[in-house]
Design a protein. Sequence first.
Length: 326
Amino acid sequence: MAKAEADPVGGLPDDRNAEALLKRLEWTVLRRLDGLLQGDYRTLMRGAGLDLADLREYQHHDDVRHIDWNVTARLQQPYVRQFTEDRELSAWFLVDLSASVDFGSNRFTKRRIARDFVAVLARLLTRHGNRVGALLYGTQVDTILPARGGRLHVLELLQRMAGRPAESAAGSTDLRDLLAAGQRQIKRRSSVFVVSDFISAPGWEQALGQLALRHEVTAVRLFDALEMDLPDIGLITMRDAETGEQLLVDTHNAGFRKRFKAAAERRETALREGLARAGVDTLELATDDDLVDAILRFSDLKKQRSRLANWSGARRGAPSHVRPAA
């Protein structure tokens, strides 16, 4: 995939300063969300901040996600886990900042969208007294910020993200490293946002599913429209952002564009199937998305899923993979 010639941090010059970035987002995004979410920010963190308190027999309308399958198998009777809720919730951001996220065909790169999403969610949650932590991945997990609260902590997180240079092409990304580090680092049940374009070596699906066994996991999938469908723009040099390999291609060739689109569709199908197997919620975030609309759309779908899970004893056919409409 051709790499966009963009600012290394994917933003405007004043966005290199974490304070300026956060002020801009507080003014342009958080103010809108405050009115539209109407304080219902907890829908973004459903199931987080819970400690196991007891087990009891399954009853009509119980959430099937709370069934303890090990106990159920032993006793031959469905049992559900009961939780006590912490006053403070914890959210973690597992952020993929590998070379491929520096791509963007429009004004913004995937890196820029990832950073803005993390900034908005982290500030939204810490303003309500919750804690946020982060693991940042380039070619390896090189930054770990423990979960803390407050605006200064969010500024530190943004500074760590904004101050990083773009990754040079250094081989294939392996998200299993990031997900495994998340399992080791996050001790208490938390809400976990895995922010990535999921361009990775295979095998991440199982690691993501394992993470979701303990935590409430949301996959925030970053993408750009040009990765799906190549326009007719003549001769171009395409460079794989992960490996650095370059190839001169003629986009006037309708056969080439057709093969490109077919390959992209196969990758898309495999990605969606992998996320579905992992059993996580998914927010798809394009480089040209309105961040407020995307978060609200996702919040609405989380509410719908919660209602479906509790309807008629939470039918087992209720969807485990939530995807905002395009």
